[in-house]
Design a protein around this ligand. Structure first.
Ligand SMILES: NC(=O)C1=CN([C@@H]2O[C@H](COP(=O)(O)OP(=O)(O)OC[C@H]3O[C@@H](n4cnc5c(N)ncnc54)[C@H](O)[C@@H]3O)[C@@H](O)[C@H]2O)C=CC1
Ligand SMILES: CC(C)CC(=O)C(=O)O
Ligand SMILES: [Mg+2]
Length: 357
């Protein structure tokens, strides 16, 4: 029996996680498996309860689980807290404590959403499928940061540090993924300025030697941001640092129609993983039932694939999502003329119905 720690978090987090749990339940019944799920406080709600965004009880449960399912954290209620005490600091601590250094963020444009992408039809072509492999437990989000008083105010700093080992292991993940795809890796950096990017580039070059079948190209992050819009079909796997991957994956999400469509898996060298939508807690729509739960539902599919080796069940979920979209059902973020508008709960129910068959 697999143990799953469930961290709904804040804002729309609990709303989308509820729908994902319904889908997980449908998979349990269909495949005769048993998942032991338990919900733990995390993020802003945990700060309210315990003063800590990642309380000891939650940490212990996550470290003992086979997988963690997370909604999202943060919101205006906690924005005035110092950085180290905010819900987002809990998220970084969770990722670090699990050592899930490889964040896979597939940006796939589902065929029925072709017209929901803001890109012109000729750019989208017959579909988009880009995998962003983001380094998740190092870089500037984890470097020393601080503030010092000056005569006129303050100066503040954040530091980007990457070691050869950190770069090697994420590069390997990207090349291994590319071997199962179109065999192309684009490594995104800012090596014309940053020393950490220069080491990144050199190290990725070294790793590439073990993958002669894979084409490697390097691209500066400013150009990559532009190319993602201009010609996204040139990309297969993008490998990049924590911050660049954070930003580029939000950008890539728009190619698919909405950030509400983008799942993620954060992995380490064994099968334990953290699964969460790419989006945040969306305080602007929290409580309105407008949130698209598909990113979280698709994150469950990634959990079944990567942590539980249940490829058929993962595909079942992905096929169910495609069917629901083909039938014309849309949450507000992907709504188009002539389609049927549904809310968060209705979208979850529709996916469950498809899985049940
Ligand atoms: N992994 C996490 O827990 C993350 C947390 N955050 C936190 O979330 C809070 C809000 O951040 P924002 O910058 O506004 O980013 P956000 O991703 O929460 O929202 C950006 C925009 O996308 C929309 N959106 C997001 N998810 C959606 C969904 N499932 N369905 C439909 N529309 C959706 C929102 O309504 C909003 O207009 C902040 O406190 C931020 O720090 C932000 C990103 C990731
Ligand atoms: C706290 C942030 C690093 C969360 C975020 O934006 C992300 O992981 O995509
Ligand atoms: Mg982000």
């Amino acid at each position: 029996m697999y143990k799953i720690a469930v961290l709904p978090g804040d804002g729309i987090g609990p709303e989308v996680v509820n729908e994902a749990l319904k889908v997980l339940n449908a998979i349990e019944r269909k495949y005769g498996v048993d998942f032991e799920t338990a919900i733990y406080p995390f993020g802003g709600i945990a700060i309210d309860k315990t003063g800590d965004p990642y309380p000891a009880e939650t940490q212990e449960a996550c470290l003992k689980s086979d997988a963690v399912l997370l909604g999202a954290v943060g919101g205006p209620k906690w924005d005035a807290l110092p950085g180290s005490k905010r819900p987002e600091a809990g998220l970084l601590a969770l990722r670090k404590s699990l050592n899930v250094y490889a964040n896979l963020r597939p940006a796939i444009l589902y065929e029925p959403l072709k017209n929901a992408s803001p890109l012109k039809a000729e750019i989208v072509g017959d579909g988009l499928d880009v995998l962003v492999v983001r380094e998740l437990t190092g870089g500037i989000y984890f470097g020393t940061r601080g503030r010092e008083k000056t005569d006129t105010g303050y100066k503040a700093y954040d530091t980007e540090i990457y070691s050869t080992e950190e770069i090697k292991r994420i590069a390997k993940v990207a090349f291994d993924a590319a071997m199962k795809r179109k065999k192309k890796v684009t490594s995104v950096d800012k090596a014309n300025i940053l020393e950490s990017s220069r080491l990144w580039r050199e190290t990725v070059e070294e790793v590439a030697k073990d993958y002669p079948e894979v084409t490697l190209e390097h691209m500066y992050v400013d150009n990559a941001s532009m190319q993602l819009i201009k010609n996204p079909r040139q990309f297969d796997v993008i490998v990049t640092s924590n911050m660049f991957g954070d930003i580029l994956s939000d950008e890539a999400s728009m190619l698919t129609g909405s950030i509400g469509m983008l799942p993620s898996a954060s992995l380490r060298d064994d099968r334990v993983g953290l699964y969460e939508p790419v989006h945040g807690s969306a305080p602007d729509i929290a409580g309105t039932k407008k949130a698209n739960p598909l990113a979280t539902i698709l994150s469950v599919a990634m959990m079944l694939r990567y942590s539980f080796d249940m490829e058929d069940a993962a595909r079942d979920i992905e096929d169910a999502v495609l069917s629901v979209l083909k039938k014309g059902y849309r949450t507000q973020d992907i709504m188009q003329d002539g389609m049927i508008l549904v809310n968060t709960v209705e979208m979850g129910d529709l996916v469950v119905e498809e899985i049940r068959g």
